[in-house]
Every structure is written in C-alpha cells, then in structure tokens.
Design a protein around this ligand. Structure first.
Ligand code: GLU
Length: 481
C-alpha cells in the first residue's frame, strides 16, 4: 500500500432491504475513516446474480445519504469489472494457486449426500485439483463448463489480529477449495472483494462478524498475489428480544421502514452507533459530527449488541423535541393526513409546540393533535374528574367560563398566565384542581390525555375555547343540576 491514508468501504450486496445491521456496518466504516482523516468508499457487491434485487442498491444509497454519511467518488459496481476478476483468476492458475474444476452440479450434490450419509464433513473432494494443467487448459479452451477454484493449503495455520476480537487463528486444513469464478463467469465474493480492496487501496475492512470465517480464505489469496492484507474489524452480531440474530428478512428492522414510520436520521445514527460501541462515559446523545470525533473502534464490544426499540424511541423523541416548531411542521407534512394549507401557520406552530413533547415518531402528530382540527364530543361521564362530584364540576366549568370571558386578550397569549388563572379560579371559588382543570381539559380536547388545559386554551384562543366549554357545560347541566 503506497500511501498510508486510511480508506474504508461499505460493500452492500443489493439483495433487498437496507437492514439496521447494514447501517451499522456503513456507519462504523464511515466513522473510522472520518476519525482518521481518511476516505470512505462505497462498493456494490452485485456479482451474485441469483440474489440480485434490481434497483435495491439505489434505495440503499439514498438511505445512506439520508442518514448523513457521504462517500468519496462514485460507488463502484463489481458487475462492471468481470473481466478484471477473470484476469486475476487466470493469474492464479498460471502461478499454480488455482485450477479449473469441471465437476458437475450433480456430482457435487451426490458427493455431498454420500459424505452426509457416512457422517463425514461435507466439502469438495479436490478431484480436479489433480488434473494436469495442460489438460485442464485444453478443456477450458474447448469451452467446457467449469469453475475456477483456489488451491487452499492442505495444512498449516494462519492468524491475524482483528481490531475488535484480537488475535484469531484458523486451521487451513479445515477450509474447502473455494470457488473463485463461477460457471457463469461471475466471480464469487472472495475473489472480487479482495481484488477490489487491493485496487482501491482499502486499508481497513470493517464488516459484520458473519464474514469472520472468510478471513483465512482472503489472507491466503493476499498471500498468493503477494499483496499486503488490510486490517480487519468484525462487528458483533445484533440480537433481538428473543436473543436471536436480527433477521435481514424482517422488514421491520429495515432503515426504510424506520424512515417511513417517522424516525429521524439523527436518532437512527445515535442508536446504531451504540449497537456495540460504548463511549466509556455517561454521554448518551451523539450527533454524527460528535461521533466522527469520538468514535473509537477499539471500544467496540465483542459481545452481541442488543437491539432495543425502546432505546430507539427514546432517541427519536429526544431529537424531535430539539426541533424548532417551523422546521418540525415541515417534517410532519409527509406524515400527516391533515391538509395544513387550510390552517393558519401560527395556529399550526402552536399545536406543534404543545404536542411535540409527547411525540415519539413524526407519524404521531395526527393522533396527538386530533382535537385541534376536529370538533369533539366528550362522553358526559368523562367531563367529571373521578374524585369530584357533579355539583363542583358544573360550578368549576361555570366559573371558568365566566372568568375566561373577562380575561384580557394578552393573557391569552401566555400558557403560564392561563395556568395561573385557572389556579386562581380554583382557589377563589373554594374548589379543587380536579373541578376546574379536568373539565376544561375534557371539554376542549374530548380526551383524558391531552396537552395541559392551559396549553389547550392558548392554542384555541378565546372564541373556540369558550365555545367548547359552553357546549360541555350545556351537556352536563340538565342531568346533574
Ligand atoms: N457484500 C458483502 C456484504 O453483503 C460485503 C462483505 C465485506 O464487507 O467484505 O456484507
């Protein structure tokens, strides 16, 4: 590696959803590059044509960008480099490190069945490895269907130092002769990945621990080519509530699904950063920029990382609360059924001010703000606080109406003043809080859980507030007076 600039890459296979585990791999590779003033690249591993989901890489790239990670240069597509991989495979054959294998699918299948029946480890029996090179090349030249396999050493050990897991040793004799080029001419992941990492000068390979068992194959390939391997870091598995590995097939843990439910990129980044990484301090909230400075791959845990949706919700609520009303209004627009153009902007911003503390997702806005957009028809019994009687409830509502009718208009502009005013109504009339605050809340919102009564008054203003309070009073008076 000519220069020592740190270069990492995220190399997704475009086989469907962008899973939260993929987002973590991307983030850690991105952060490691940023922390070390390096470069973060993207490579699309699209050589497995059977598993390809057309266009899924574009959605992934959009989501990586949406999460705030930028990358250097254009994403590189492996499918556009097929001839190059073939050239490297031929080089390995010429050097005696690889060989064409003509075994049919049927033979391999029969072999596997026989091995299973006799309780032997399954794997290729290296039948074609023994064929003379001139014979194999002649068969290839005639167009006989074949794959190219790596001649793995039959004995010996290899070890490497993983940035997260430390020293790990593998026994070569346990590893099969890997296919490098498939019968369709496409390379397998092993060959394509190391060729690209070498050509792009990748210094650090950061990826999920399902790739750990590939390392000895890769190290051997590096040795065959005479290349210096990169440094590896294998991230811990992410487990769900059931203590099982989160499945890529679960749509619910795709970044796309989180985006659609109204999770913010800031929350996802913060949450994902802590899936395995621990800053070693009490700090809980991290912006991407902070992470770029603080992230330390050596502090990533080996132990499985626990995916806790409550934690993600906690982060999302936190970041929603930080957003200024006007900006939040914009963000909510793609989640709401309400036509904001029909309402005054100030009114909408006031609503946001009073509901945002209870929002966990952007999509929560509609259910939390329903009463502001629609008339309400509270159940009679709900208007009375459980510990109040009907007489005091009626008095409370009557006194609230009378007093609010007299209230100066500038006092209506302050939630604190309105709250104080409601408290005064309670004390002056010898009532309890529940005789005033409760019926005012229910009359205005139609609900038992809502913004506070003073906040409701503040958003609605005098006319709408008094209208709703009077309707509620009329509703309960004839029955309970
Ligand atoms: N394409 C592989 C994946 O889908 C990349 C593995 C690696 O980073 O080397 O995860």
């Amino acid at each position: 590696m000519a220069n020592n600039k740190v270069k990492t890459r995220f190399a997704p296979s475009p086989t469907g959803e962008f899973h939260i585990g993929g987002a973590r791999t991307a983030l850690f590779a991105y952060l490691f590059a940023k922390k070390n003033s390096g470069e973060f690249q993207i490579r699309i591993d699209d050589t497995d044509r059977a598993r390809l989901v057309g266009g899924s890489e574009l959605r992934m790239l959009d989501l990586v960008r949406w999460l705030g990670m930028d990358w250097s240069g254009e994403p590189m597509y492996q499918s556009s480099r097929i001839l190059l991989y073939k050239k490297y495979a031929d080089e390995l054959i010429a050097k005696g490190f690889a060989y064409p294998c003509f075994c049919s699918e049927k033979r391999l299948e029969d072999l596997r069945k026989t091995q299973e029946l006799s309780h032997q480890p399954t794997g290729y029996d290296r039948c074609c490895r023994k064929l003379p090179l001139d014979e194999t090349l002649a068969r290839v030249a005639k167009g006989e269907s074949h794959v190219i396999r790596l001649k793995m050493p039959e004995s010996g050990k290899v070890s490497f130092n993983d940035m997260i897991r430390g020293e790990i040793e593998f026994d070569y004799s346990l590893i099969d002769d890997q296919v490098l080029i498939k019968a369709d001419g496409f390379p397998t992941y092993h060959l394509a990945s190391i060729v690209d990492d070498e050509e792009k000068g990748i210094t650090h390979v950061i990826r999920g621990d399902e790739w750990l068992s590939s390392v000895p194959k890769h190290l051997y390939l590096y040795q065959c080519f005479g290349w210096q391997p990169p440094v590896f870091a294998h991230l811990p598995v992410i487990i769900g509530k059931d203590k099982k590995k989160l499945s890529k097939r679960e749509g619910s843990v795709s970044v796309d699904a989180f985006k659609e439910q109204g999770y913010l990129p800031e929350a996802i980044i913060n949450f994902v950063a802590l899936l395995g990484w621990n800053p070693g301090t009490e700090q809980e909230f991290f912006s991407l920029v902070e992470l770029e400075k603080e992230f330390d791959v050596s502090k990533v845990n080996k132990a499985p990382a626990f995916f806790d949706i409550e934690k993600l919700n906690h982060f999302n609520a936190h970041y929603i609360h930080q957003i200024e009303e006007g900006e939040l209004l914009e963000k909510i627009k793609s989640f709401t059924q309400i036509d904001f153009s029909k309402f005054d902007n100030l009114f909408l911003q006031k609503i946001i001010r009073v509901v945002k503390e209870r929002m966990v997702l952007l999509a929560d806005f509609d259910s939390l703000s329903h009463c502001f957009f629609y008339t309400v028809d509270p159940d009679k019994d709900m208007i009375r606080f459980v510990k109040s009687d009907w007489r005091d409830t009626i008095t409370g509502l009557q006194k609230a109406i009378e007093s609010l009718e007299m209230l100066d208009s500038e006092k209506w502009e302050s939630v604190e003043e309105l709250n104080l005013f409601l408290s005064q109504i309670v004390t002056i009339n010898g009532l309890k809080n529940g005789d005033v605050f409760w019926p005012v809340r229910v009359a205005l919102s139609g609900e038992m859980a809502s913004p506070s009564p003073a906040e409701l008054l503040w958003v609605f203003g005098p006319q709408e507030s008094l209208g709703r309070l009077k309707i509620a009073l009329v509703k309960i008076t004839p029955d309970y007076k």
